[in-house]
Design a protein around this ligand. Structure first.
Ligand code: GTP
Ligand code: MG
Length: 136
């Protein structure tokens, strides 16, 4: 099975949507939450996490937003969980996200789209190491 790194972004925490979003993940059969922590992300971690977007016009406001308050970082484990959590989240832009998806139901603007989930096995491996280095 797979593991993926999920972040409930500062807007989700501020709006009291931690339980709602984690509930949707928990209700998926055969998925397990194997690590979970509330933490405020440093510039250094965010630079590494969003390195692929460095130089893009939305990068600076994205990093500022992601450090504007605590996030909930979690590791979810299960069959095809990388693809699965991305599907639960919906597309990046909440306007384009269908009702029933997390971003479709609660999203506002593209920057404040509530949730991050690793987008491939390679990203998952890199992000798991960055956020939970002690995890084997
Ligand atoms: P993450 O799970 O957060 O990585 O989202 P994603 O994989 O759906 O999108 P992507 O990695 O392409 O972009 C990372 C984050 O940057 C997005 O979640 C948005 O918050 C923000 N972002 C992406 N594209 C845009 C954009 O065109 N404009 C703005 N303002 N923000 C963007
Ligand atoms: Mg991404």
């Amino acid at each position: 099975s797979q593991r993926t790194l999920v972040l409930l972004k500062p807007d989700a925490v501020r709006r009291g949507l931690i339980g709602e979003v984690i509930g949707r993940i928990e209700r998926k059969a055969n998925w397990t939450i194997s690590a979970l922590e509330l933490r405020t992300l440093s510039q250094d971690v965010l630079e590494q996490h969003y390195g692929e977007h460095k130089g893009k016009p939305f990068y600076e406001p994205l990093v500022e937003f992601m450090s504007s308050g605590p996030v909930v970082a979690l590791v979810v484990e299960g069959e095809r969980v990388i693809e699965g959590v991305r599907a639960l989240a919906g597309p990046t832009d909440p306007i384009a996200a269908a009702p029933g998806s997390i971003r479709g139901d609660f999203g506002t603007i593209v920057r404040e789209n509530l949730i991050h989930a690793s987008d491939s096995e390679e990203s998952a491996e890199r992000e798991l190491k960055l956020f939970f280095p002690s995890l084997v």
